[in-house]
Design a protein around this ligand. Structure first.
Ligand SMILES: Nc1ncnc2c1ncn2[C@@H]1O[C@H](COP(=O)(O)OP(=O)(O)OP(=O)(O)O)[C@@H](O)[C@H]1O
Length: 759
């Protein structure tokens, strides 16, 4: 047997041992679950609740143990004393608590990602283990201490290499789902993943440098390291679009973390889902931080002294509503510092009592309590009083306030006096228009000032009471039974019963607008406006953020083009750290160079990136004489690429990125070309796929943010440029489009287009 084969065999034994242990733990959890279920619905209510809690706990444990099946073990560290530790997705120990596998997030796993020949501590060799299902198919060694014996051994057995594992993972076909990178996290990425919680960590990096990957692994790392805190408060991941959230949704579960809430800004408020978009200019105006004042003005305009104040007859006595009483009652209500709708209760109470005093003043005797009560209830029921009180302090819902403000130009001008006439014209829309993506932070601001729906408040109170009761119950159960057995810790039971399980936390957080998260991860953060940021800051007052983005890819007019400017304002100088990622793992060098040159020529500030792979024919160009031939040529190109990259097993992705005005013409052309090139059945299979999971797509530039494909067909770029709201936005959008492919970039354009824009 060759020595390489014997190395594989040796590792197979270690890997089999880890899987055997995993199987045993699964069987144990399964058995316990069955036993609990078999007990059925018998016993006292206390026993039943106890059994339910155990059942949920074992189910969760089973889910976790199942989710780590793929690539359970991927590394090994050898130390100078001859010790070995295997690195994997989770930590495992044998029955006598001896370690079998070290969790990638544990401190002991750090050198696997961070050790270098110049800084390796007592680690002398790092081994990458590649599995196919449960079989070891490759091992590669990096020797960190050149003086150690392992150098000779590794070179003898042919396992000595450098970046094979990384390059293999980068060249694999795209599946439409992002995969985790635990096995190949690079040192500059690891440094960010493991950085301290409690501060704002900003990650700037060019396209494909792993910002998204790093942000998600950091979330998993923080959940592991600060589980106690984050289990209670939860982690929120904010992404640019639902398609993007679909793309990343398997990364955290594959790392054993299922309890994270992921949302776009458009659906961050429970029960609200904005599906329409403003024009770029309107979105910019709405994103301006002064819009917070506009909302405040809109609310306070409903706390005023009406011009006509009524005098009402109560038991034949004229009772006036006085401006001075209104002012006094309003001051009292404001002093409560409660939101508008809640503070209104104080206002009304104090007004009724002021009017009662006015009533009493008219009498030449002292009324008894009955008479006073009668007068008060007559005042309360009086229509004129009710109308005047509403005019003085109107109860409102958030959506109504937003709708009202944007459907009345006079009001908008009054609440936002900095807007020009053109701005107002850009923003005004018919009453009853649907809520847009850029309305959402304004709505959130309004809800903050108005206060929540009373129903939501009541539910929160109930939840709190229930959680308190459950805690007591958990403590009693533990005291009576004393549970554990290694599989489930007593703390898990308390959390489980108390509803502090991460998954439950996520569910509760997701439906509570006022939920305060322990950490927020923001991806494509350069696109957020000042109002978006306000919405996120409210959700994490501890200011523990991971913020990743690229200021050269900003396409929102109100987005960020300089991190210091935005971050100093949000967190204060010195309270945030800027990290930079510099290696492009996605694009072939030829694509990365072309995109970089273009962006620079357009005046974008771009991060320097170094692409790690070369593919000689990565960029191709097709020029047709005129627009009449464009669709057919582009569709042919897409079909050729589909033939090459798209497989029946669902792997392989091709995207056509085109000017918005051509998308509707291109879609049928691509469908027809696919049928020609791949046959009707295969074309139909692709057409039937869910839009976010389709193997061949046609879209504008906005939808492809953060995503990646094996091949991209970029159509008529100068038209994309012309259709953009500004030159910089156009440049950023084209930069994004060009940097989506992992293998091929095909540019298809007319000769006119070629003259208009150098690329
Ligand atoms: N250490 C790594 N090992 C293996 N693959 C990696 C590594 N780092 C990044 N990648 C891969 O590189 C690709 C690009 O990563 P990612 O999408 O996180 O980049 P990004 O910086 O967010 O890009 P963009 O700004 O263009 O959205 C992904 O397929 C990711 O899995």
């Amino acid at each position: 047997m060759s020595s390489y084969a014997s190395q594989l065999e040796e590792e197979q034994r270690a890997v089999t041992r880890a899987y055997d242990r995993l199987d045993a733990l699964r069987a144990e959890a399964r058995e316990r679950l069955d036993a609990v279920r078999a007990a059925g619905a018998h016993g006292s209510p206390t026993q039943r609740t106890e059994r339910d809690s155990f059942a949920t706990m074992y189910e969760d444990r089973l889910t976790q143990l199942r989710s780590v099946e793929d690539r359970l073990v991927f590394g090994r560290l050898d130390d100078s004393a001859g010790g070995r530790r295997y690195i994997g997705r989770i930590g495992l120990t044998d029955k006598s608590h001896k370690p079998i596998l070290t969790d990638w997030r544990a401190d002991a796993a750090r050198p696997f990602y961070e050790a270098t020949p110049s800084h390796h501590g007592d680690i002398v060799m790092r081994r990458h283990i590649t599995l196919s299902f449960r079989e070891v198919v490759a091992v590669e060694d990096e020797v960190l201490d050149v003086h150690s014996d392992q150098v000779g051994e590794a070179s003898k057995s042919g396992t000595l290499t450098g970046e094979g594992a990384l390059l293999a993972s980068l060249s694999s076909r795209r599946t439409g789902k992002m995969t985790d990178i635990v096995a190949t996290i690079q040192a500059e990425q690891d440094h960010i993943i493991r950085s301290q919680m409690g501060r704002a960590v900003v990650v700037q990096g060019g396209p494909g440098t792993g910002k998204t990957a790093v942000a998600l692994h950091r979330a998993a790392y923080l959940l592991y390291t600060h589980r106690r805190t984050l289990e209670r408060s939860g982690v929120l991941v904010v992404g640019p679009s639902s398609a993007f959230l679909h793309y990343i949704d398997q990364v955290l579960p594959s790392l054993g973390e299922t309890g994270v809430v992921s949302r776009t800004i458009a659906d961050l408020i429970p029960g609200v889902h904005a599906t329409t978009f403003d024009t770029p200019r309107a979105a910019q105006l709405k994103g301006d931080h002064r819009m917070a004042n506009a909302i405040r003005n809109a609310v306070s305009s409903r706390e005023r002294v009406p011009a006509d104040l009524p005098v009402v007859q109560i038991s034949g006595i004229p009772v006036p509503m006085l401006a001075a009483d209104i002012e006094q009652a309003q001051a009292e209500a404001r002093r409560t510092r409660q939101p508008h709708n809640k503070a209104r209760e104080t206002f009304v109470k104090s007004m009724i009592s002021a009017m009662r005093v006015r009533y009493e003043e008219q009498l030449d005797y002292t009324p008894d309590q009955d008479e006073i009560n009668r007068a008060v209830s007559l005042l309360r029921m009086n229509d004129k009083v009710r109308v005047a009180l509403n005019l003085a302090w109107l109860p409102m819902t958030g959506p109504w306030l937003i709708d009202d403000m944007f459907s009345k130009p006079d009001k908008l001008r009054r609440f936002a006096p900095w807007l020009s006439d053109e701005d107002v014209a850009e923003l005004v829309r018919p009453k009853g228009s649907p809520l847009t993506r850029s309305d959402v932070p304004l709505l959130d601001e309004a809800l903050e000032l108005l206060g929540d729906d009373p129903k939501v408040a009541a539910r929160r109170k109930r939840d709190e009471a229930r959680a308190k009761e459950a805690l007591q119950f958990a403590q009693d159960t533990l005291a009576q039974n004393g549970i554990g057995n290694g599989l489930v810790t007593s703390q898990m039971l308390v959390d489980q019963i108390n509803g502090d399980d991460v998954e439950l936390t996520a569910q509760r957080a997701g439906r509570d607008r006022e939920w305060v998260y322990g950490h927020i991860v923001v991806d494509e953060a350069q696109e957020l406006t000042a109002m978006d940021w306000r919405m996120l800051m409210r959700r994490c007052p501890s200011r523990s953020f991971t913020i990743v983005g690229d200021v050269a890819q900003t396409s929102a007019l109100g987005g960020t083009r300089s991190w210091p400017k935005t971050m100093n304002r949000l967190f204060g100088r010195g309270n945030w750290d800027l990290n930079e990622l510099t290696i492009d793992y996605r694009n072939p060098q030829e694509v990365s160079d072309l995109a970089g040159r273009f962006a620079e020529a357009q005046g974008l500030y771009i991060s320097t990136v170094h692409a790690v792979r070369r593919i000689a024919d990565a960029v191709t160009r097709t020029v047709v004489p005129d627009r009449g031939e464009l669709a057919a040529a582009a569709a042919r190109e897409a079909a050729d690429l589909a033939k090459r990259f798209v497989a029946k097993d669902g792997s392989g992705r091709v995207a056509m990125i085109a000017p918005e005005s051509l998308v509707n013409t291109l879609r049928p052309a691509v469908a027809a070309a696919l049928a020609d090139a791949l046959g009707a059945d295969e074309a139909a299979r692709i057409a039937d796929q869910e839009p976010w999971d389709r193997q061949v797509t046609v879209s504008g530039t906005e939808e492809v943010k953060g995503l990646e494909y094996d091949a991209v067909v970029l159509v008529e770029p100068s038209l994309i440029d012309q259709e953009s709201p500004s030159r910089l936005v156009a440049a950023a959008d084209l930069y994004v489009a060009m940097t989506r492919p992992t293998q091929r970039l095909a540019i298809v354009r007319t000769s006119m287009d070629e003259k208009d824009l150098e690329l």
